[in-house]
Design a binder for this molecule. Sequence first.
Ligand code: NOJ
Length: 717
Amino acid sequence: MGKFSELIREMTIQEKLAQMTQIMGDCFVSQGYGKLMGLSYGFDIPEELAWNIGSVLGMGGAEKLRRVQDLYLSHNRHKIPLMFMCDIIHGYRTIFPSPLAMACTWQPELVEKSARIAAKEASVSGVTVTFSPMADLSRDARWGRSIEGTGEDPFLNSLYAAAFVRGYQGGGVGNPYQIASCVKHFAAYGAAEGGRDYNTTSIGDYDLFENYLPAYQAAVKAGCRLVMSAFNALNGVPCTGNRWLFQDILRKEWGFDGTVITDCTALYELIPHGYSETVEDAAASALEAGMEIEMVSTAFFQKGEELVRSGRISERCLDEAVEHILELKDELGLFENPYKDLDEEKEKQLHLCAEHRAAARDMAAESAVLLKNSGNVLPLSRQQKIALIGPYADSQELLDIWKCEGREEECVSLFQGLKDKADCILCPACGLREGAADLAAARKAASQCDVTVLALGEPPEMSAEAGSRAYLTLPQEQLRLAEAVLETGKPTVVVLFHGRPLELGSLAQKADAILAAWYPGTEGGSALAELLMGERSPSGRLTMCFPHTVGQLPLYYNALPTGRPKQGEQDEERFRSRYLDAPNLPLYPFGHGLTYTSFSYSPVTLSAQVMHPADVLTASVRLRNTGDRAGVETVQLYLRDMGGSRSRPVRMLKDFQRVALAPGEEKTVQFRLGIEQLKYHTPANGFTWEAGAFQVFIGPDACTENGASFRLEPDPQ
Ligand code: NOJ
């Protein structure tokens, strides 16, 4: 008997089903407040549903939400407040870099801070739930939604998923300026075959438990209040009808006690999936699997009553769902104050305030990754004359399509950031989407200057949901522009604006420097100008590798070995696991990123050659700043398990430290390895350790060969 059993008893079946339905917010405003438009994505919204609906999606703004809440409560006979949910993915009005970019900071504490700021801006606008974090592991850059996740590594993804949740929810969702977090898309949405969005996934148990599930679990452990089902089928069973995932894993194994929501129309999609034959079947399967809120479609409302009356679904099942929904509203404090933090005045003060802009700028600087810097062409100096060329030279399209309430006109372009710091000629020479590049103007600008900054990239709509690509090159016109500029022979710095790792082709060889800026958000241009001019040093590291060619995908560092491994990249032996026409390794590996100084690593030393389960092994290196500038190095520790009851990845990131060193400074960097880091999902004995040989690697990226070995032995009897 929960706190709401009385209220639930008083509700009709239709009222319960309406609580379990979510519609688009514009249903309430599209024909003026007070009139309902009646349709959401082509589904009928009768009045009896609208005035009992549990939550709406995609609507923000203090004034608007206050009016909708008032209107709704004046019609709802139980006075159950409406919940407003939104995709707040990397900021609400002040937009931070895309999640994949933020991940390249290797600083979960910064991500937590960004989520706290997003929650603050959202909450004063009346939004109480965000559909974030996206904890989907992504190994294939063709998948446009790679941009929304944090990359290819389960350990980092878990740290980030938990950081997002802590940032949004703080000490509790009822506290001022906190909102509830919904982790998505459960499960393994990022494994879409061929990188094609919404496509099916086939994943063995080992891969699922070791690589795909940990980040969702980390979000659940951090207390996220909602979980969203994924669009895809997992091993033949669509996630939205997958009882095993939601009941056995999420509820029973992980102890999740919050609310489960479907993805948008995913419930209806059980039919085209070939899983359910009718809307009725789809609703029944989703209810049995544990779906509690149906996003945007209305199968629950249409078919739920029939399902209960015919005995196919018990009313208890609806009651449990409604209880979770009401509990969430209660935790948010909506029964006492249906507006929570909604405040028109605070909205004006907080949105885009100086503090939030400064945090976005800091994040944009920390997330840029310096991929290449031949001859130390970067940083630039005030004495150099700079030709700033390319479609992103003065573009404010620095937000991806999950920009929420962010606006392009509020973004700082690269030119706006640079113009007061540098002697700079602006020559966009081509648009982001159409039209031939003005190659003559570009050549002329480049020839007149000492150095060219070429600002290139994908238009934002090429990434994110339904943004899958079979080719990952830059648009053809931009490649022609780059060729023309490079022909001038002037040193050239490429700044890339993009949602995912790209295939850079010959640009990777020909450009002198390449800075991956991603979609850097509201303050992108100011942060990038600081980096280019050396006022700050880049320190971002890739969390998703850059392939040489799209034909290598999926490509990820923590792959399983083969029986015929290639012996180094020069190995030409035919009968190896290799391509005849492309390398095995990526162009830029996981963990890669340069700065304006250099570092040297000593060989790895271990505190012992044999470790027992109760021991802590320490692994260390001496790290030295060998350049003439201060810098931050992200020192990474990888493990390899050399034998066991199944084969394990060639490298697994287990820890990392960001170390700041002055020029010439040297430091011992020490890691502690305990038995928990050596455990895995064994085929026969669950999550445990196995005795045997291990290798530890410590270095600047996942390709490091700087290693040492030890054995894990059982405790002496
Ligand atoms: C569909 C997307 O897959 C999901 O991530 C998002 O939260 C919902 N639409 C709501 O916009």
